[in-house]
Design a protein around this ligand. Sequence first.
Ligand code: NIG
Ligand code: FE
Length: 408
Amino acid sequence: MKLIGPFKQVVTLSHLPLRGKLSDEQLEIIPDGGILIQNGKILHIGNFEALKSENQNIEIETVEGEQIVLPAFVDSHTHICFGGNRANDFAMRNAGKTYLEIAENGGGIWSSVLHTRNASEEELLKTLVERINFLISLGITTIEIKSGYGLDVENELKMLRIIKKAQEQTKATLVPTCLSAHLKPRDFEGTNGEYLNYILSKILPKVKEEKLAKRVDIFIEKSAFQPEESKEFLLKTKDLGFNITVHADQFTSGSSRIAVEVGAKSADHLEATIDEDIAFLAKSDTVATALPGASLGLGEKFTPARKLLDAGAILAIASDWNPGSAPMGNLITQASILATFEKLTTAEVLAGITFRAAFALGLEDRGRLTEGFKADFVTFKTSNFQNVLYNQGSLKAENVYVDGLKTN
Ligand code: NIG
Ligand code: FE
């Protein structure tokens, strides 16, 4: 048993509902608090001095200076296993070039596929672990990571095996997702439907056999996969036993509806979701995931987070960190900016990057400082937890804990 504290404020996020809007008055903030830990789990949260006197002869980890503590963050949507860099895409886009012109100049998702296919496993693993470590430094200890830059059996498996290897090198929880349906690769001879069948018959059985991922994602969009073929594909992946998540309504609406209909764990992006579909999503258990990093990377509008919450949806916020549309990778900065544009309360943002994001990944043991939950938390050197979002990512995390142990 170990007691950590005292913390100026322990923001537990306990008792907050899974869905819908939240006011900051609903936040439980324990002043001068302590966290009692046993076997990597939270045993009790309460007043530090009281916990200390009630539990004699236990290890005490004293917190120096004024610090606050929050549940560690969850990034439920990333593409951080990739080779190469798309800085030229970014510059061209900002110089007014179109999607097509960028693709013709060797940019776009396809260029990341070529770079990822050509990268050595060592290089991919090294850069992936560096990105994971960056995310941990922000206070993120659960990270979803997609394939989707391999787009054939050999290279999709290569990506997922590297993600599995990265898990051996980090204390963070990595959640792999198979995104072979990111785009029909240019070297695939056949239709979209044939490529989706190729994923179903050639890639997913191997993913299952090697236990490389339990989740499948698809990019439903005019430039990628069409609604009907995607729905058929998703229902078949479900039959194979996979959980589903969808890149939905990024530029055109309609696909979040499919995500709900097939029972997806989450529908991510939603920048173009229309009011009618917001209502549909809000009635479901499909988590609506805003990806402000993609809005910032592309100069597109933000996901209608306010409307989603008001309608009663489960709103998560994730970074979408990828080399093309979302190169920043700083979820805290992005979530803070989303809050200013969408008028989100601190409670709504914190819920969106903790237990609501965890729910999207099917993980209900984390994201709150509650008895029995995983002892993953992040501390900041400040006396007021509001400073974390107020500083828009420039207040650095002091210590990041996984299973009750410091990662740094
Ligand atoms: O989530 N929208 C599709 N896929 C990614 C972009 C990937 C890329 O551009 O490499 C996204 O934004
Ligand atoms: Fe994405």
